[in-house]
Each structure stands twice: as structure tokens, then as C-alpha cells.
Ligand binder design. Structure first.
Ligand code: NAD
Length: 462
């Protein structure tokens, strides 16, 4: 990949005087692709990153504590639907392999951390995956190595949590390089900005934001990412980069809550909110379209804003927008249940005992990720009310137990739809034929506007 607008602050000569030969060597290795890249966390973020670096001929090592993932990858397989085994096998040709052995960190020139950052049962940041990872790598880090945290988190994590753990956990007494330090371990934060399932922008066209603990760390991180991203945006500190990612996700969360609220009002007023959004969208400035739905899902939007709310308390500050948006969005599955009950009522049926098919488990269209998916809550709420619930989702043959659910269900074939009292569209996968679904069903509750353009009294749009 050609860097198109990555401006290097230092020329090679300046690097010589400012940062010493180890850094020149690392930068050279990035440019020649000799640098060895270690990526920790072979999940939805880490594995695609492996492919980007491998595609640029880097020799990449993937680290994961999940031994089954390591085994699958080393056998040339994949466990993420949109990543085909072919892509893993191609990466293997440029030296990709996976391991659970942290001792191999020592051989890496750069290490990128992509482990989960969920909320705990008290709705507070659970940084344990990050801290466990950092404690595990600390004994194996070396002078001049670049370490980048990509997991989404609150501002201050890189400098207040990661840096001290790296310093206290390595037996050689290595320090984090700060300001213009010539020696030490180079630490930076760079948020992952991918939008799974959105293929309108290629991954390498999403500008990469980078903030380093010192300017040399930022320089090295920019040099590394400049090999795979067309544009690298350098900011002045890890905290600015951490806050940038949160601003982006809070912006989405708040705007989705706004349209979810306006949808409920519009329904009462007999106005189609989707028609309104399509009209508003024609304004060439000052408006960005967001769409209502059955509630938030995924590992980012329902979670990340609360990382900031939690941190804000340290400053005796209340993030009211985040809390209000969380309230509105969390209430959406309950609103869907009300609409299902109303729909059944028109057929003189109670929810208790009703046969209901939920279409789509994934938190959004055409992906195989059900983390925080509203469909899980909707199924549980329906079951609590005595409904007999089945689901169909081409991406999930079974669904068991997770952090907030215990469903233990098997995928139901999409046939004989007339047997259900209601079919509820929760995820609008593009493989569904919505016209046929409406034709064959008694009642369709559509939470995604998937039946747009289909005129039928059987449809309840909500
Ligand atoms: N999924 C997304 O679309 C997305 C987008 C932007 C940012 N993010 C952020 O990226 C981070 C990673 O998310 P993800 O979706 O890839 O998570 P994931 O659950 O898909 O993958 C995380 C991987 O890390 C592994 N892991 C956990 N602890 C580990 C440890 N101590 N050592 C090694 N491996 C370990 C897990 O086994 C898993 O394979 C999160 O902070 C998330 O908020 C995710």
C-alpha cells in the first residue's frame, strides 16, 4: 500500500540524532516489511488486522488464549463467517501463524492488543482482559519495541493502566519512552474504527487515528499503520485518541436514541418516521441519517459510552446525554414487546401461549455476531410472558448461553410460517425474502422497515 498523505515529522537524519539507531532500524523494518507484527486477540478486530498486515507481506503472529481458535487458524480455517479459510491460508503463505505462548512476544517488533473491553455486571468498565494481557506480555517486552492498544476504552487507560503494568511487570526494569526518550518501550493507542458488515468503505480507506506516549512512539505507530492504511491521523496523546473513539460511538448512540424516541412519537401521530428520515436526508448539509430499530447491539455502541460515564465520575461530572440515550435505547426491546402484544390483540390472542418466530438473532444485518443483540432480550421477554418462541437466523445454527442470556435454542427452518401467531423481524438479513414472509405469515411485526414497499394489513411496523 502506498501512503498517500502520511507526513513523517522526522527525516532519517533527524531520527538519527533524535532517537538513535534502534528506532531507525525499526522504521526501516516497517518500510521493508521485515518487522514482525504480533496481534493479541484473534477476534472480530484482531483477525481482519492480521489479514491487512499479511496482505502487505508482513510476517504476523496472532496470539490468543482460546486454544480452539489458535488450532483452527493454524489448520488454515476460520470461525468468522465473513473471513474465508482461503484468506487465512493466504496469510499463512506470508508466515502467519497463531499461538497461545506469550514468550513469543519477545521476537515481535510491534505488538497490537485487540482484546475485549465489556461492561461488568454493575455496568462498569471491565478492563480485566486488557490488564491480564498486559501482565502476560510484560515479562517478554524489549527495549525499542512498539506496543499499541486498540481495544476501545476510556481516556487515560493507556497511560494510567497499561504503561505502569508494563513497567512494573518486566524483570529488566524497562521504562515507557515518553516525550523524546531515546530508549524504552514505545506505547501508543489507536482505536479500531471498523463497521462490521459495512462494505461501503474499504478497511484501508478508514483513516487510522494514533496517539503516542511520546512523539517517537507516535512516529513509529504512524509508520507501522501507514503501511496498511491510506491515511494516518496523528493526535497529541493516547488520551485524545481514546476520547476520539468514544466521541464517535457516543455520537451514534445519542442519535440512534433520538430517532428511536421520534419513531415512537411519529407512530402515535400517524407519521412514518422512515419517510421523514428519507426526506430529511436530502438536505445536503447539517443532517446525517440514523435509523430506528429494536434496540442497540454489538460490542461497541451499547457499551463504549458507559466507559466514559464511569470515568466522568472521577471528575464529579454527569454525562447526561449518554445516560438518557442509554435509557431510551435500552427500553426499545420492551417497546417491541408492546407492539407484538398489540398486534396479537387485533387477532384476539394473548402473548401467553402464542407461537412466535423471531427472525434474526445477529445484532445487525448480515453478520454473525450476537453480542448484546436486542433479539436476545426480546426472546427472553416473550418467554417470560409465556410465549412459545422459535428463531431463524442463517448465521446461528444454535444459541446457548452468554453474559446476559440463557436461551439454549436451535435454528428453526424458514418454512410453514402460517403456524406462527406472529413473525417478528428483529434483524433484516438480506437473504430473507420479505414479500414471501409476509404472504405466508398471519402477522408480521417489523422492527427494521424491512417490509418497506409491501402493502399488507398483516404488517405491524414499529
Ligand atoms: N467488533 C467490532 O466491530 C469492534 C469495532 C471497533 C472496536 N472494537 C473493540 O475492539 C476490541 C476487541 O473486540 P472484538 O470484537 O475483536 O472482540 P472479540 O471477542 O471478537 O475478540 C477478542 C479476542 O481476544 C481474545 N482474548 C481475550 N483475552 C485474551 C488474552 N488475555 N490474551 C490473548 N487473547 C485474549 C479472545 O479469546 C478473543 O478471541 C474491543 O475493545 C472492542 O470494543 C470492536
Amino acid at each position: 500500500m502506498q501512503r498517500t498523505d502520511l507526513a513523517f515529522a522526522c527525516t532519517m537524519n533527524e531520527m538519527t540524532t533524535a532517537t538513535g539507531s534502534k528506532l531507525i532500524e525499526l522504521k526501516r523494518k516497517m518500510e521493508t516489511r521485515e518487522a514482525r507484527i504480533g496481534i493479541i486477540g484473534m477476534g472480530y478486530v484482531g483477525l481482519p488486522l492480521v489479514l491487512l498486515f499479511s496482505g502487505e507481506r508482513f510476517r504476523v503472529t496472532g496470539f490468543d488464549i482460546a486454544k480452539d481458535k489458535v488450532k483452527t487458524l493454524n489448520e488454515g480455517g476460520s470461525y468468522i463467517v465473513r473471513i474465508l479459510p482461503d484468506a487465512i491460508q493466504k496469510a499463512q503463505k506470508t508466515g502467519f501463524r497463531a499461538t497461545a505462548d506469550y514468550a513469543e512476544i519477545e521476537q515481535m517488533d510491534a505488538v497490537i492488543i485487540c482484546v475485549p473491553t465489556p461492561l461488568d455486571e454493575h455496568h462498569e468498565p471491565d478492563l480485566s482482559y486488557v490488564t491480564e494481557t498486559v501482565k502476560s506480555i510484560a515479562p517478554h517486552i524489549h527495549d525499542g519495541q512498539l506496543i499499541v492498544l486498540e481495544s476501545t476504552t476510556y481516556p487515560g487507560t493507556t497511560e494510567e493502566i497499561v504503561a505502569p503494568l508494563l513497567e512494573s511487570g518486566n524483570p529488566r526494569g524497562l521504562k515507557i519512552a515518553r516525550a523524546g526518550d531515546e530508549t524504552g518501550v514505545h506505547l501508543a493507542f489507536s482505536p479500531e474504527r471498523e463497521d462490521p458488515g459495512n462494505d461501503t468503505v474499504a478497511r484501508h480507506d478508514i483513516p487510522k487515528v494514533v496517539g503516542g506516549c511520546g512523539h517517537v512512539s507516535a512516529e513509529l505507530a504512524a509508520a507501522m499503520y501507514g503501511t496498511i492504511f491510506r491515511r494516518v491521523v496523528r493526535v497529541s496523546s493516547p488520551a485524545v485518541a481514546e476520547m476520539t473513539k468514544l466521541l464517535e460511538n457516543i455520537y451514534r448512540c445519542v442519535n440512534i436514541a433520538l430517532v428511536n424516541e421520534l419513531k415512537q412519537l411519529s407512530m402515535k401521530m400517524g407519521i412514518d418516521i422512515h419517510e421523514v428520515i428519507e426526506a430529511a436526508k436530502t438536505k445536503p448539509f447539517g443532517f446525517q441519517a440514523f435509523y430506528p430499530g429494536p434496540g442497540l447491539g454489538g460490542h461497541c455502541i451499547p457499551i463504549d459510552p458507559f466507559y466514559l460515564s464511569w470515568k466522568a465520575r472521577e471528575y464529579d461530572f454527569r454525562t447526561r446525554f449518554i445516560e438518557l440515550a442509554g435509557e431510551v435505547n435500552t427500553a426499545m426491546p420492551y417497546f417491541v414487546i408492546e407492539q407484538i402484544a398489540k398486534g396479537l390483540n387485533t387477532h384476539a390472542k394473548p402473548v401467553n401461549g402464542a407461537k412466535i418466530l423471531v427472525l434474526g438473532l445477529a445484532y445487525k444485518r448480515d453478520i454473525d455476531d450476537l453480542r448484546e443483540s436486542p433479539s436476545l432480550t426480546i426472546i427472553e421477554l416473550l418467554r417470560d410472558k409465556g410465549a412459545i418462541v422459535a428463531y431463524n437466523d442463517p448465521y446461528f445454527p444454535t444459541v446457548g448461553q452468554g453474559r446476559h442470556y440463557a436461551l439454549n435454542m436451535t435454528n428453526t427452518p424458514l418454512e410453514n410460517l402460517g403456524q406462527y401467531d406472529a413473525v417478528v423481524i428483529v434483524t433484516d438479513h438480506s437473504s430473507y425474502n420479505y414479500r414471501e414472509i409476509v404472504e405466508q405469515s398471519q402477522l408480521v411485526v417489523d422492527t427494521r422497515n424491512a417490509t418497506k414497499g409491501i402493502d399488507s394489513l398483516k404488517i405491524v411496523r414499529c
